[in-house]
Design a protein around this ligand. Sequence first.
Ligand SMILES: *Cc1c(COP(=O)(O)O)cnc(C)c1O
Length: 427
Amino acid sequence: MELYNLKHPSQKVSFKEAVQLGLGKDRGLFFPSQIPVLDDIEGLLALPFVERSKKVLGAWLASELGQDAVDELVERAFNFDLPLVAVDEQRACLELFHGPTLAFKDFGARFMAQCVNAFVGDTRLTILTATSGDTGAAVADAFYGLEKVNVVVLYPKGKISELQEKMFTTLGKNIHTVAVSSDFDACQDLVKRAFDDPEVRDGLSLNSANSINISRLLAQICYYFEAVAQSKQRHEADPVISVPSGNFGNLTAGLFAKAMGLPVKRFIAATNANDTVPRYLDNGQWQPNPTQATMSNAMDVSEPSNWPRVEAICEKLGWPLSSLVGIRLSEEQTSQALAELHAQGYVSEPHAAIAAKALSLTLVPDEVGIFLGTAHPAKFKDVVDRELTLNLPLPPELEAVASKPILSAELAADFAALKVHLFKILA
Ligand SMILES: *Cc1c(COP(=O)(O)O)cnc(C)c1O
């Protein structure tokens, strides 16, 4: 598989190199030189998830890694269910939160960890990543205990739920966590600066593990195929898929799936008040506002890092950007959406509820819609209990960490301080 740097198209790398580098020169994103197109989609959709995923990922990776290696990566990474649960006549939720950290990020993080582990050789790697919520837990869990990989996770102090925080800050061993006194964009900026600093980047063999790593995006393509496979067993129509979006990795993967031949009627990019993309789709002006804190905090991103890939796919395939529908929901609408779903017998959480509501606002009769359930409702217990007057039980995964102490260091959003800290804990 060949990829090129979207900022410097002459920089070309293999999949292995792209996984290890994370980002290209000048922080450019890697993008595939070619998007494989699958034939016999119907036959593929008839296969079970793991078998189908081997073929979907094999189309990208078998030429470089061999199909056997791809099969092994898939088997190790994808070992949990993803049911499509009907909510009403038109809408169903693809529940992507049955993995070890109860969020869809387990798919990308587990596949990436398997890739890194398979490619690492003799160096000792440092995974440095910023999280606005669930990435941290998924990455920490996926890499926990691997001997040649250290993980450092930066997160905005006080801006994620306590349970979310406990899921990745209580592990110890090779998992190091830093609470930064600022917002997610500041954390992301610190990560970018670390990658730009040769002393840090080379001295600690940095690798990034957030949604910019191409291995994560390829893994995420697989569940779009599963969504359509299950939907087609109930409805003939090609589904509309609504994606709760923050950094837009999830939507990028969906567009890759469609580019490979998956029948999706259209995609909806659903956001909270951090609505840079919906405004851009409306008026063509890219004008990020300061990041606002919302109930759907994993989507509190005003400068989504994967957006250049979304544009690159559309450009390559000749899809006008106007084929994407951008929907923004206020906090009040998010509350309403949660309550409406609950009234229909479905307990959701703020991220998925936004995507569900975006379907209600835009589906026409005879269309069917899928919204992506990106986190288990219990991960957002505070909000869900408050909004729905419930007392959700904690699933066992959360119960186990709730009583453990947080092991994070605390730092200001200051690159010099971070640099000192990194060398202290890792050198
Ligand atoms: C990360 C996350 C999102 C946003 O996904 P992106 O790929 O960053 O757009 C949505 N919901 C939840 C629960 C998340 O953790």
